[in-house]
Design a protein around this ligand. Structure first.
Ligand code: COA
Length: 321
């Protein structure tokens, strides 16, 4: 038994900061950001929008797309590192909003690989026959963790949420590899939670994300292809059999480099970081939702999802649409 994706949804906040806006905050320019990252804009939470609000909107849309009633949901797993509350967890807040009264709900944090870990967790429950219907969500308000005076990080991140509904099915495919290297955790850190709105100053330095960009870049371009190859070898598949690779949307140069290292065409690697920047655990489900809505995938397509990020963590999953 596997959990087949039968619906997707996403929520993108409406406040948009383009590269010109950032050039008013720090010494940078649109050309540099586009060239080095592929990012042109990012969407940020505003007003009543929060990590759980976005998650609930994305989940509601995914349920609608799947034609599943909230009471049918057995499990909600939320991947996030930016919940506005420590307790209750974001998944419980989603449950309350959407009325999934029968669901068991919890959050997990594996930074930008979070969605894959959450998907693995839901697949394990379904595979064991414990649950039949699950919602898996990635949701982040990274604007609360970004130092908007630091040009080396603030250009990269944005906010948003994406969700998928899984239903137990005999027909389909799920396979995964995931890894963590805690010894390299200092490459990407944020040591305490920000309880203020992102514009509010002053802030404690410890609430800002710190990153060694070069090290993260090298880690991603070596480990992602390694994970994808291991996954395909495990399934005795070749890259030619994969229709699409949905990679974590951190940097277009990372995506291109992974495509090259796998000997694959760039067209098989759709991207949307130009519009949203890096939304961490939300980036893979947001892109999945966009492509699903565009009817990009055909029944039977093999799709590889791959993420990497803080921890350090990384992995790849194979699904059949
Ligand atoms: N605008 C203009 N110049 C900038 C800049 C900005 N926003 N940020 C850095 N620079 C400058 C640097 O100060 C440096 O100047 P110097 O040569 O005078 O010292 C120069 O540009 C090159 O900096 P460098 O850090 O080597 O650039 P890069 O090509 O490695 O790109 C990142 C930087 C952050 C875009 C890139 O390393 C990256 O994307 N890494 C991965 C980060 C990531 O994905 N993190 C999340 C993972 S989940």
């Amino acid at each position: 038994m596997i959990g087949k994706i039968c619906g997707t949804g996403s929520y993108i906040p409406s406040l948009v900061w383009d590269n010109e806006k950032l050039a008013q905050l720090v010494e940078t320019d649109d050309e540099w950001i586009r060239e080095r990252t592929g990012i042109a804009r990012r969407h940020l939470i505003d007003g009543e929008e929060t990590t759980s609000y976005m998650a609930a909107q994305a989940a509601g849309e995914a349920l609608k797309d799947a034609g599943v009633r909230p009471e049918e949901v057995d499990l909600i797993v939320v991947a996030t590192m930016s919940s506005q509350n420590i307790m209750p967890c974001t998944a419980c807040e989603v449950q309350k909003v959407i009325g999934a009264v029968n669901a068991a709900c919890f959050d997990l944090n594996a930074a930008c690989t979070g969605f894959l870990f959450a998907l693995n967790t839901a697949q394990a429950y379904i595979g064991q026959g414990i649950y039949k219907t699950a919602i898996v969500i990635g949701t982040e308000s990274l604007s609360n963790m970004v130092n908007w005076d630091d040009r080396s990080t603030c250009i990269l991140f944005g906010d948003g949420a994406g969700a998928v509904v899984l239903k137990a099915s005999e027909d389909g495919k799920y396979s995964q590899v995931t890894y963590s290297d805690g010894s390299r955790g200092d490459v990407l850190t944020c040591s305490s939670r920000n309880q203020k709105k992102f514009e509010d100053e002053p802030r404690d330095e410890s609430t800002y994300m710190q990153m060694d960009g070069g090290e993260v870049f090298k880690f991603a371009v070596s480990k992602v292809p390694e994970a994808v190859r291991e996954l395909l070898d495990k399934e005795q598949m070749t890259t030619e059999e994969v229709s699409y690779y949905i990679l974590h949307q951190a940097n277009v140069r990372i995506v291109r480099s992974v495509a090259k290292r796998l000997g694959e065409k760039a067209e098989k690697f759709p991207t949307n970081m130009e519009e949203y920047g890096n939304t961490s655990s939300a980036s893979i489900p947001i892109l999945l939702d966009e492509l699903n809505k565009k009817k990009t995938f055909q029944n039977g397509d093999f799709i590889v999802l791959s993420g990497f990020g803080g921890g350090l963590t990384y992995g790849a999953s194979l699904i059949r649409w």
